[in-house]
Design a protein around this ligand. Structure first.
Ligand code: ZN
Length: 157
């Protein structure tokens, strides 16, 4: 896989990480719009990645704070993969990407930014998307892009 050039992620890489778990805290707050939570299912929720590799980069997250796949119940697992599949479907309808990267990074060494609360990434891909957001030299553009993406996807799940 060709890495995506996503220079705005440097902000995330350099930032002081909060002490708590944001994947527990965000759904615990009653502020889904500000937290970019798109959909709440019974055992899992969908949110935008605030430091996306591409526009429409979604996360599917179990509410329960677990650090590995095998610690999920079969009900949680089943719903998780169903929602991942639904994300692919919704992104296809909304943005017509040419492909997707779908997956999980288990453990810091495997690239997990948050390694104690598992989550799946759904990243839509376009031909030549290394140049997809040339505007990113100005990382202030990204928050606006996130708002636009949120409103394009909200209500579709
Ligand atoms: Zn957590």
């Amino acid at each position: 896989m060709e890495p995506i050039w996503a220079p705005w992620r440097i902000e995330y890489i350099r930032m002081e990480k909060p002490a708590g778990c944001i994947l527990c805290e965000k759904p615990g707050e009653d502020n889904d719009v500000a937290n970019h939570i798109l959909y709440r299912a019974k055992k899992n929720f969908i949110m935008l990645n605030s430091y996306p590799y591409n526009p429409g980069h979604l996360l599917v997250v179990p509410y329960r704070h677990v650090d590995s796949l095998e610690r999920l119940t079969s009900e949680e697992l089943h719903e998780h993969i169903e929602i991942v599949s639904r994300c692919v479907e919704v992104l296809r309808e909304a943005f017509n990407p040419a492909g997707f990267n779908v997956g999980m990074n288990l453990g810091r060494v495997a690239g997990a930014g948050i390694d104690d609360h598992i989550h799946s990434h759904i990243v839509p891909r376009w031909q030549g998307d290394n140049n997809f957001m040339p505007v990113v030299a100005d990382i202030r553009v990204v928050p606006q892009a996130l708002e636009d993406t949120y409103h394009q996807l909200k209500g579709r799940f």
